[in-house]
Write a protein that binds this ligand. Structure first.
Ligand SMILES: Cc1cc2nc3c(=O)[nH]c(=O)nc-3n(C[C@H](O)[C@H](O)[C@H](O)COP(=O)(O)OP(=O)(O)OC[C@H]3O[C@@H](n4cnc5c(N)ncnc54)[C@H](O)[C@@H]3O)c2cc1C
Length: 392
């Protein structure tokens, strides 16, 4: 078995086989099995957009429901691929990350044994297969938590400096669940604006720094007051259906790894990094440090931050564009981020541990002994699996 194919959008080389073998396409497993108030039982190969559509339209809750988070690849990625390879996305600033308790409450796995078994992992046990890159069981079904649907306003606010955009982002993130409500908050600096120009024009001009967000229509007054407080100006405020008639992409497709994708479509010399900046509660990230980094790297590194919540606190994920001048230079920049106290999830490596996780998750390896005793699934993607572990 080489790997499992959902939508094939996973990064970190998750889907790239290192050895020959068989590719199992799970996109035929695409039923939304049951929708109830607060949860949906779905098959792993469902496109996330189809799950979202189904829960929004299901009458079991008046006004519909919505899933708690999705990657910026919502329209082409599967829900199983997101759980097996993803981490966070649009929605995370409101609801936390995939790993946070009760966002996903059940995962059904089929084992790769002579006689396959079905195992249902519930609550904390889902961590045994979440973000394991499909190395320890074929995910066939999942139970996702839902919340009442909101017709989010896709919003752009423009600022006179990237620091102002970040200050706004930090304050808005802290204010969620208190005085404002948003599903996405993304800061993109002005040097990235030219890549957005053909679509957004003056909505994101090259002399302003932008914050893309998805805002609850019920809190627009408070949101606009916060934008004003940071000397920002609103350049777009559309619901998803209004965006369609304006032929504009939704805000979440201007966020997360889509920012890099938008730049890469026009200039193949970019790569990116994924970092986490330390967050001081009540304050946010160290904006003076970001200013220092921008000065240090000049046009080699262009800044983009995603605001989120994880493990009960606020967080800012950095997804800067980095000019690729070679491996040595890339790793110098990574070392400089780390010296600055920023954690780097290295997306230029292929194992789970060398990327975001940093250490071997023994629970995942123990589960692999049960679900994939012959070590056939996505070989080479976890350092925790050793040849001597293969069941004879
Ligand atoms: C432009 C772009 C933007 C992105 N934005 C985000 C983002 O916002 N947040 C985020 O977390 N990620 C993001 N990603 C990464 C990726 O799109 C998501 O994680 C996505 O959800 C993966 O889904 P997929 O169906 O494409 O999975 P695939 O790429 O097909 O698979 C991903 C991994 O999961 C395994 N897998 C797939 N299905 C199963 C299954 N049924 N059982 C067991 N293992 C399985 C595969 O073997 C592989 O290791 C982005 C990637 C790109 C290219």
């Amino acid at each position: 078995m080489s790997r499992f194919a959902g939508g094939g959008t996973g990064n970190y080389g998750q889907c790239v086989p290192l050895e020959g073998g068989v590719i199992l396409d799970v996109t035929g497993l695409n039923r939304v099995i049951k929708i109830e108030p607060g949860s949906a039982l779905v098959e792993a190969g469902c496109l996330i957009v189809d799950v979202e559509r189904a829960v929004r339209n299901d009458p079991c809750v008046k006004g519909g429901q919505e899933i708690l988070m999705f990657p910026s690849t919502r329209d082409i990625a599967t829900i199983g691929g997101f759980i097996a390879g993803g981490y966070a996305g649009a929605g995370s600033v409101r609801n936390g990350i995939l790993k946070d308790a009760s966002n996903v409450t059940m995962i059904r796995v089929v084992t790769l044994e002579e006689t396959p078994r079905i195992i249902e992992l519930k609550d904390a046990d889902i961590q045994k297969v979440h973000h394991a890159y499909g190395t320890n069981g074929i995910i066939t079904q999942l139970r996702l938590s839902l919340k009442p649907a909101v017709d989010w306003v896709h919003h752009i606010a423009l600022f006179d400096s990237y620091s102002d955009a970040l200050r706004f982002g930090c304050e808005a993130t802290e204010a969620i669940h208190k005085s404002v409500d948003a599903f996405l908050i993304t800061a993109v600096e002005r040097r990235i604006a030219p890549y957005y120009e053909s679509e957004f024009g003056d909505r994101f001009p090259a002399n302003k720094d932008a914050v893309f967000s998805m805002v609850n229509p019920n809190c627009m007054t408070a949101w606009r007051a916060l934008v004003n407080k940071h000397q920002g100006i609103e350049s777009m405020a559309f619901t998803e259906s209004q965006l369609k008639s304006e032929k504009l992409s939704p805000a979440f497709e201007c966020a997360y790894n889509h920012t890099t994708l938008i730049a890469l479509k026009q200039d193949k010399s970019w790569t990116n990094l994924q970092t986490v900046a330390p967050w001081t509660p009540g304050v946010g990230i160290d904006i003076a440090l970001v200013e220092k980094q921008m000065q240090r790297w000049g046009d080699e590194v262009l800044m983009h931050h995603e605001f989120g919540r994880q493990f009960g606190g606020c967080v800012a994920f950095g997804l800067p564009l980095v000019s690729f001048f070679g491996k040595d230079r890339l790793y110098e920049i990574i070392a400089e981020f780390e010296q600055d106290g920023c954690m780097v999830f290295d997306n230029h490596v292929v194992t789970i541990e060398d990327g975001g996780m940093k250490e071997i998750d023994t629970n995942q390896i123990d589960f692999k002994r049960i679900a994939d005793p012959h070590g056939l699934m996505n070989p080479g993607k976890t350092r925790g699996w050793l040849p001597e572990m293969v069941c004879p």
